[in-house]
Structures are given as C-alpha cells and as structure tokens.
Ligand binder design. Structure first.
Ligand SMILES: *[C@@H]1O[C@H](CO)[C@@H](O)[C@H](O)[C@H]1NC(C)=O
Ligand SMILES: *[C@@H]1O[C@H](CO)[C@@H](O)[C@H](O)[C@H]1NC(C)=O
Length: 302
C-alpha cells in the first residue's frame, strides 16, 4: 500500500467515525444528554418484591416499584458504584429482618431474582416548558446471589463479582466520561463451604456482609488481544484499564492520520482541483470544523 492510499484509508475510517459520533450523540429537545464523569457515583435501585410470594410490587399506575439497595454499614448509604473505578468494596447489611430473610430465600432459589437497575446516564437538567420531561433510562443489574437453604438457616456466598460495560465511544483521555451499556453481578464459589471462603451462615437478625469486586469494560465486548478472544490461562492477566488505554491509543492514531490528511493532504488537493461539498465529512471543510467532537478545527490545523 502506498503512503497515499494508506492516508486515504485512514481518512475514510476517520470520516466514518466522525459520522458515527455525530449520529450517535443522543439529545433531548436539542440538548446533548450528560455522561458520567470518571468516578461519578451510580446508585443501585432494586425491584420491590412481596416477601410472601416473591412477586414484584406495582404502584397505582401499574408501574414497578423501585427502592434503593439496602444501606451499607460501611458508608451509611445505599450501595453505589463509581463510573470507571475498579475496586474491592464491602457492603454490610446490618440486620437481616424476617421479610428480607424470606426474600433472600427467593433469590437463592432463583424463584425471583434480585433484580436491580442502574441509571444509564446522570439525570439531565433539561426542562422545556410544554414538553415531556426526559424519561430516565436504566440498565438491568441482576445480582445472581448463590447459596444453600437449610431448615433453620441458610448459607450465602457473600463475595460477588460485578462486571459493568460502557457503551462504545471514542475515548479522548484515559479516564474519560461515558454512559452505561450493561452489567451483571454474581456470587463466586457457590459450592465452597470451606473455612475461610466467603460463605456466610445466616439466621434472621444477623448482619449480611457482602463484598464486591467491581470491574469495568469500555465497550459491550469482552477483552480481546489483537482482535482475538484469548483464553488467558492461569497466571495470564488482562485488565480492562489496558483495553481502555489501547482503545485510546488506537483512536489517537486514527485521529492523527485524519489530522494529517485534512491538514496537509487535502488542502493541497483542494488547491489543485477543488472537491466542492463532496467530502467524506460533508460539512467538515466548509463549516471549518473537522474534528467533530475532538476539539480540532481546520483553522488550528492550517
Ligand atoms: C472488606 O471486609 C473484609 C473482611 O471484613 C476486610 O478484610 C477488607 O479489608 C474489607 N475491604 C475493604 C475495601 O474495606
Ligand atoms: C454498623 O455500624 C455501627 C455504627 O457505625 C456499629 O455500631 C455496628 O456495630 C456496625 N454493625 C455491623 C454489623 O458492622
């Protein structure tokens, strides 16, 4: 491939991505919707269930009732995660009441899941008089709590992995903002009842010490190396932060190719024969903005 065709290929993918960014920026009444900043708190809400039947509870409008996850003794607040932050965190529910114990039985038998949800993005502060207010969107987060039930007590696997995905976007910095795509939480080692494992024998009135290992993925996809899904084996590691960073480097490369094309190659060709409006970006050259979200303008490049 000649240098010229490589640059053209780079510019073409750049244009595609720019179009994607333009098309995908969600708006409400013409105002762009907000994203979570790195570290922003994301509260967990759970479906309210009848502790005798396990069925969900509806309000008068036949809408499902949601309430914050029980409060954690560690923070004095309902459980929350923080956007992009990979961590180990504890949440001890101080007192397992009789109704909550029965609900735990439903969860552990999977008669009813511990169904929770996370707001996909922060609440926008957009109010247009006479227009319908923004309807919050949520992603489901099921806590697949495992354990075993006995006559007088239960065993709960209290350590849970929490995997959270962002919607794909073009990361311009290492700790960029974003929007939630999906997630799941599950108990680890449900078959282990050995001493030292994180299984808790529970009766009514006990505290329930939950612990969470929270990991983030920058896209809905699971980590890959060089485009291939690879079994990392025992002892191999791949961290989501590596993926965040690689994606960033990859995007930076494409942006630089685009910058070179639009800043150096294209102006020369334009002087030569004039492309009119028939450019990959359509509006990019006439409007003066080439970056479309990256903060570059043609003026800055010339
Ligand atoms: C969570 O609790 C465990 C057991 O009590 C403790 O060893 C660990 O240090 C705690 N972790 C954090 C992040 O507080
Ligand atoms: C919860 O916190 C309170 C006050 O901080 C403390 O007295 C209590 O022992 C804690 N309970 C558990 C189960 O850790």
């Amino acid at each position: 491939m000649s240098l010229k065709s490589q640059l053209l290929a780079g510019a073409a993918s750049f244009a595609l991505l720019a179009a994607e960014v333009n098309g995908a920026t969600p708006e409400h009444h013409g105002v762009a919707l907000p994203s979570y900043h790195y570290g922003a708190p994301i509260r967990v809400e759970c479906m309210q269930r009848n502790f005798e039947t396990g069925e969900h509870i509806e309000n008068d409008h036949h809408e499902i009732e949601w309430a914050p996850f029980p409060s954690c003794n560690e923070t004095g607040k309902p459980l929350e995660f923080h956007y992009g932050i990979e961590t180990e965190q504890n949440c001890t529910i101080e007192f397992v009441s009789d109704p909550f114990f029965h609900l735990l039985e439903f969860y552990i038998h999977s008669d009813a899941p511990l169904s929770c949800r996370l707001p996909a993005r922060p609440e926008p502060h957009v109010e247009v008089i006479g227009e319908k207010p923004y309807q919050m969107e949520y992603i489901p987060l099921v806590f697949a709590l495992a354990g075993t039930l006995q006559l007088s007590h239960m065993h709960v696997s209290t350590h849970m992995n929490v995997l959270l995905h962002s919607t794909p976007k073009h990361h311009v910095q290492r700790h960029d903002s974003g929007v939630l795509d999906s997630g799941i939480a599950y108990s680890t080692s449900p078959l282990s009842h050995m001493e030292g494992s994180q299984t808790r024998r529970l009766v009514i009135g006990d505290p329930l010490p939950l612990s969470f290992s929270v990991r983030w993925f920058p896209t809905p996809a699971l980590p890959k190396t060089e485009g291939h899904v690879e079994w990392q084996g025992m002892g191999g590691h791949i961290y989501a932060s590596t993926v965040f960073y690689s994606l960033f480097s990859f995007m930076a490369g494409i942006v630089m190719a685009g910058v070179y094309f639009f800043g150096v190659v294209l102006p020369k060709r334009l002087r030569g024969r004039g492309l009119g409006g028939a450019t990959p970006l359509g509006q990019g050259l006439n409007g003066g903005g080439v970056g479309n979200g990256w903060g570059y303008t043609k003026r800055a490049m010339d």
